[in-house]
Design a protein around this ligand. Structure first.
Ligand code: PLP
Length: 852
């Protein structure tokens, strides 16, 4: 039995179902979902180009010879069956059904929309039959095939549109019951039914819409649209090289972008998901590890431009008339003429003497003849001018009106380019300019540069398409442990498990950070790794130490008794009074992340210099929003509370010498620290004694093949800009993970292997007692079989430890070779937050540390 909240609805397009290789990709995506306990509902299209061929076949059948085209269609599927080693007669009956339909069309010499829909629906019926048969062979569990037409019913109207219907999508008890005893379901996109059991289509791009309907009907936990691009970008990446992946959008913005020309998702697919509050994930079958774009009801980016989109090759009609517009009914007469000629209008702008409209290019094709008739009739009422080859360039983002002042500088580019029409959506989601086609790519690039590249928001913007492509080659880069395989084997000869640290990598990582010339001081976060040799290496490289407890402070003081105290920084959270006092007595700088200590124990701060830790709330908007946004975090002082401290500070002669902000871990957006720097610099004016801005840690490392590494030169560039504006402040950082994560691997011997249905368990000598991060945060570590590094990966392994706890898994769905007892398994990036969090749970000693 499955529960409906664990359904993931996955939609695949034609390309994804056209080769065996691509079907294997689909299978491994489903495998991962199953390994996480999710049930999978797959909606997919016909094999690529098949819908177009069916359409052509219908035309040919009406005119005469159609057997060749029919045979080609059959051959495409027979070749696929052969390639996938499926029975060659799998589709035989379905072929002959199509043959009878088109023979009928040929006989009549014409075709109704009803029959057309029936013919067009065959492509999906065939491809899903292939898919179900193939997946049944891959998976040991039952893969059920549904006829979408038994569940998707069109909304009926007097003029039923058989080729572009829309459907009901309320929660569907029948469907839920029918799928309740299976975990993998496959069905067709694009097709649905009427209450009289007549097949209807959902229009071009209808598979997205089908997927959204089914997701709503089963109340899926999420809807994933798998495509060949990694998500929705801030502009077309083929046109704007600096276009960035949008990590999040809300439904309205996604709808607006899809309607304004962004091609990734069909605009009609968004509403069902929005009404049922199902998040939509856009993901790439080529790079399944990239997180892509998530569309949900999230409202975290008030008044930020999300994208510059364009509809090209559109037609404008401008109508001039002296003073006629004020006459009652004149506009109605004009639009009645459009209606009469069956031409629908997209954008409209009016002035006293002119009305300009653009023709809707998304849903209609207006023929020359149609246009001529329209113009002729309009000309009897006003002077008409038709302009072809225009582009409607839109600035999309929620609340664009509220940020008009910010985007004002962008308007200066229109000094050079003539704007024919300017329109602002009543929904306040877009601002659209119509210009000549030939200028559109220049204008798009310029607007993108001004509004997005220069106003980055790290919560929302991911990497550029180019960076995503580059990761491919970076991921091939050699790891230090590949060169040290022999040394590692020697270390493991006398132990069952070990943390192995590579000190040269510590030096290298520190050097990378020291290359950020805008940074005046680097502190290493001791909590990430407190190994003596690692700390000694960091000490020798000249960095300071960021500490979170008196224990850590004393550890550093013991190791380096003569250390300059200014090289230690103390950032406690909810520590007690004695701890603050002890550290202050030692002359070590500290940051306060609450107003409580100053308000309740001002005496211990008398005459001291302190830092204040601000809750940065980046991306959550400023001022009014700030009051609630950070409330769920236990760290930091909200900016609006800082003022309360002024009287106490003055009274007790305390000097605020620095502001501090640290927002979390694993950040891979280069601009993040510049955002902190700017926020702190702008806040610092409140405190005349401020000299230092500590921008925190959180420097992420590449953990998955598809992530993009931080680029130090870009971090530097963005910080230099802030520094140019606020030269009076020294900038500090305090990374942990960046320095210590990739220096360490956890290596452990295989104890046993176990296979249970699709699950391949590899058991190690140590588990969550040594490395808690996967159990604690679900974090990902790449895992390899060091003994069989180059053997073929035949399994998706779940790598587990010997601890009696079901969360004792170091990795799930890891591609793995056939593995034997005694093999050495290596877990990457285990140097940070690894050994420092180890426990003796189950009375098993965690892996010990070895430095090489
Ligand atoms: C943990 C911590 C860091 C280090 O974080 P990383 O993600 O390891 O870079 C820096 N500053 C403070 C205040 C911390 O608590």
């Amino acid at each position: 039995m499955t529960t409906n909240d664990s359904w993931h609805l996955l939609k695949f397009g034609g390309t994804s179902v056209s080769t065996r290789q691509n079907w294997n990709n689909i299978a491994s995506i489903i495998k991962r979902k199953r390994a996480k306990g999710k049930s999978v509902f797959v909606v997919h299209s016909a094999v690529s180009a098949v819908s177009n061929r069916l359409e052509a076949l219908i035309e040919l059948a009406q005119q005469g010879e159609y057997h060749v085209a029919y045979k080609e269609l059959v051959d495409i599927h027979q070749n696929l069956l052969a390639d996938m080693e499926l029975p060659s007669d799998l589709l035989a009956e379905r072929y002959s059904y199509l043959k009878r339909l088109i023979d009928g069309i040929h006989l009549l010499g014409e075709v109704s929309d009803r029959v057309r829909a029936l013919v067009m629906s065959q492509g999906e019926l065939w491809s899903t039959t292939i898919g179900q048969t193939y997946l049944s062979r891959v998976f040991e569990e039952n893969v059920s095939w549904l006829d979408a037409r038994e569940y998707l019913y069109a909304r009926e109207s007097r003029n039923m549109d058989y080729l572009c219907a829309s459907c009901h999508f309320e929660r569907d008890e029948n469907l839920l019951r029918d799928v309740s005893d299976t975990s993998i379901v496959i069905t067709q996109g694009f097709i649905a039914n009427t209450s009289d059991e007549e097949t209807v289509l959902l229009g071009r791009g209808g598979s997205d819409t089908s997927a959204a309907y089914f997701a709503a009907k089963i109340e899926a936990e999420r809807l994933e649209i798998w495509t060949d691009v990694p998500g929705i970008f801030t502009a077309n990446p083929n046109q704007v090289a600096s276009a960035r992946l949008l990590k999040q959008l809300n439904y309205e913005e996604a709808q607006e972008m899809a309607s304004a020309g962004a091609k990734v998702l069909h605009p009609r697919a968004i509403r069902p998901a929005q009404i049922s509050q199902i998040p939509v994930y856009i993901r790439s079958t080529i790079d399944p590890d990239i997180d892509g774009t998530v569309i949900s009801s999230i409202e975290n980016s008030w008044g930020m431009v999300k994208a510059i989109t364009a509809k090209e090759h559109i037609t404008l009609i401008s109508m001039e008339s002296q003073g006629m517009w004020q006459q009652a009914g004149f506009l109605a007469d004009i639009f009645a003429i459009f209606k009469q000629h069956n031409v629908s209008v997209d954008l409209v702008s009016t002035s006293e003497t002119n009305i300009t409209v653009s023709l809707d290019s998304l849903t209609q094709v207006v023929s020359e003849k149609q246009l001529k008739g329209l113009v002729q009739e309009l000309s009897q009422m006003c002077r008409v001018n038709v302009m072809h080859n225009c582009s409607a360039v839109s600035i999309v983002g929620k609340n664009v009106r509220a940020i008009l002042h910010k985007i004002a500088p962008a308007f200066s580019i229109f000094e050079t380019y003539k704007v024919y029409l300017l329109s602002q959506a009543a929904s306040d989601l877009n601002l659209t300019f119509v210009i000549d086609d030939e200028h559109s790519s220049k204008v798009i690039s310029a607007l993108h540069e001004l509004l997005i590249t220069n106003n980055p928001n790290s919560e929302i913007l991911g990497p550029t398409a180019k960076e995503l492509k580059q990761t491919e080659s970076v991921s091939q880069a050699k790891k230090w442990w590949q060169d040290k395989k022999d040394t590692i084997e020697v270390c493991l000869a006398e132990r069952d498990s070990a943390y192995i640290y590579h000190l040269d990598s510590v030096r290298q990582n520190i050097q990378n950070l020291q290359s950020i010339s805008a940074i005046d001081r680097v502190f290493f976060a001791v909590k990430s790794n407190n190994n003596r040799d690692v700390l000694q290496t960091a000490y020798d490289a000249g960095v300071g130490f960021e500490t979170v407890s008196s224990g850590e402070v004393n550890h550093i003081l013991n190791l380096f008794p003569s250390i300059d105290k200014s090289r230690i920084f103390f950032t406690p959270n909810f520590a007690d009074k004695r701890e603050y006092d002890e550290i202050l007595q030692k002359g070590i700088r500290l940051t306060l992340d609450s107003t409580y200590p100053l308000k309740h124990w001002p005496e211990i701060f008398e005459g001291k210099e302190i830092f204040l830790r601000v809750d940065p709330n980046i991306g959550k908007g400023h001022h009014e929003n700030v009051r609630t946004a950070g409330a769920t975090s236990k760290f930091g002082i909200p900016i609006y509370e800082l003022e309360d401290l002024q009287p106490i500070i003055e009274k007790h002669n305390v000097t605020v010498v620095g502001l501090h902000a640290h927002a979390g871990s694993g950040i891979l957006t280069n601009e993040h620290w510049a955002e902190h720097a700017r926020l702190l610099a702008e806040t610092a004016s409140m405190f005349p004694g401020v000299k230092y801005l500590n921008l925190g840690g959180g420097f992420g490392i590449k953990e998955r093949a598809q992530q993009t590494e931080l680029t130090m030169s870009q971090i530097d560039h963005s910080l230099q800009e802030v520094k140019a504006e606020f030269p009076q402040y020294a900038l500090w950082i305090e990374p942990g993970r960046y320095i210590s994560a990739n220096i360490g691997v956890l290596v452990s011997k295989v104890t046993q292997v176990k296979q249970k249905q699709n699950y391949y368990y590899v058991g190690l000598n140590t588990g969550m007692n040594s490395l808690m991060r996967p159990a604690l945060y679900g974090s990902f570590h790449n895992i390899v079989n060091l003994t069989r590094l180059y053997a073929e990966k035949e399994h998706l392994a779940t790598v587990v430890g010997p601890i009696c706890e079901s969360t004792d898994k170091l990795g799930v769905e890891i591609p793995f070779p056939e593995t034997k007892e005694g093999d050495l398994i290596l877990i990457e990036n285990a140097g940070a937050y690894g050994r420092v969090m180890a426990t003796q749970y189950n009375m098993r000693q965690p892996a010990e540390e070895v430095c090489i």
